[in-house]
Design a binder for this molecule. Structure first.
Ligand SMILES: Cc1ncc(COP(=O)(O)O)c(C=O)c1O
Length: 259
């Protein structure tokens, strides 16, 4: 474990300098765990995904005990989620109607959905990406939900299997973050992309027949986003602080808890 952690991880210098994503917290955590950070600096504030991947591949080449995980193009990413399908099948006694999940590389939702279809073929799958992401069409623009979606200029991940996604929807940063913050007040700290997924689930609930079982996949917890999604100043500086939207979601969640 310690040996693995001392291996290099490739990150963007830009993200660290401008602090524009929760990568900053992630970098600190990795460093504390003994990881050597190798920076990509392409001189711009643009996404440096391609540059990071190229360098990671180069670093891994010829080194012992080092792998380039290539998550956008690695079938193991999806296979890693097969147990989630079995867990859901077991926990819900085979009763699941709607599965909603974020789509970035496609591993989480399509990996789970592919295996679920072998167990519960009638499950409907809804993919959620940030507004501005391009897997479910345009227009493309910047977004702050991190770890998810396909930004302009990036290739749609090989694991995004549209045959396994019955419907693709987009959720804006304001709604996603407001939902994450409202959900946190119920006692569950979830990340920003998970806020988008839960927002979509809440939007659909009123129109679903009683007895429908819905699962919203939460990709990560919110502790990495204390300086961003859960920081009023960070949100306000980007025009993303929306107390009215949060209040509305608080009310919806409150009603659900009373039912
Ligand atoms: C925070 C967050 N949200 C959403 C996703 C999207 O999941 P996937 O890339 O499996 O489609 C990820 C993926 O790692 C993630 O880290």
């Amino acid at each position: 474990m310690n040996e693995a952690l001392s291996r290099p991880a490739v990150v963007s210098r830009v993200s660290e300098l401008v602090g524009c994503t929760p990568l900053l917290e992630l970098c600190r955590t990795m460093r504390a765990l003994g990881t050597e950070l190798v920076y990509v600096d392409d001189g711009s504030e643009d996404l440096a995904t391609a540059a990071r991947e190229e360098l990671a591949e180069e670093l891994a080449r010829g080194r012992d005990n080092t792998v380039f995980t290539e998550q956008h193009n690695n079938p193991s990413n999806g296979v890693g989620y097969h147990p989630v399908a079995h867990e859901l099948h077991q926990a819900l006694d085979g009763r699941l109607d709607l599965l909603i999940g974020a789509v970035g590389t496609g591993g989480a939702l399509c990996g789970t959905a592919g295996e679920l279809r072998t167990l519960m073929p009638d499950v409907t799958t809804i993919g959620v990406e940030p507004k501005g992401s391009i897997a479910f069409g345009g227009p493309a623009h910047d977004y702050y939900q991190s770890g998810t979606g396909t930004p302009e200029g990036a290739e749609i991940g090989a694991l995004v299997d549209f045959a396994l996604i019955d419907e693709g929807v987009k959720v804006g940063d304001v709604e996603a973050f407001a939902t994450a913050r409202a959900v946190a007040r119920t006692g569950l700290l979830i990340g920003g992309s998970a806020g988008g997924v839960v927002h979509e689930a809440l939007r659909r609930l009123p129109s679903l027949p009683p007895g429908t079982t819905v699962v919203a996949l939460v990709n990560d917890g919110g502790e990495k986003y204390l300086d961003t999604v859960f920081d009023d100043g960070w949100l306000a500086a980007r025009g993303l602080l929306a107390p009215d939207v949060e209040r509305e979601i608080d009310e919806r969640l409150g009603k659900l808890r009373r039912n």
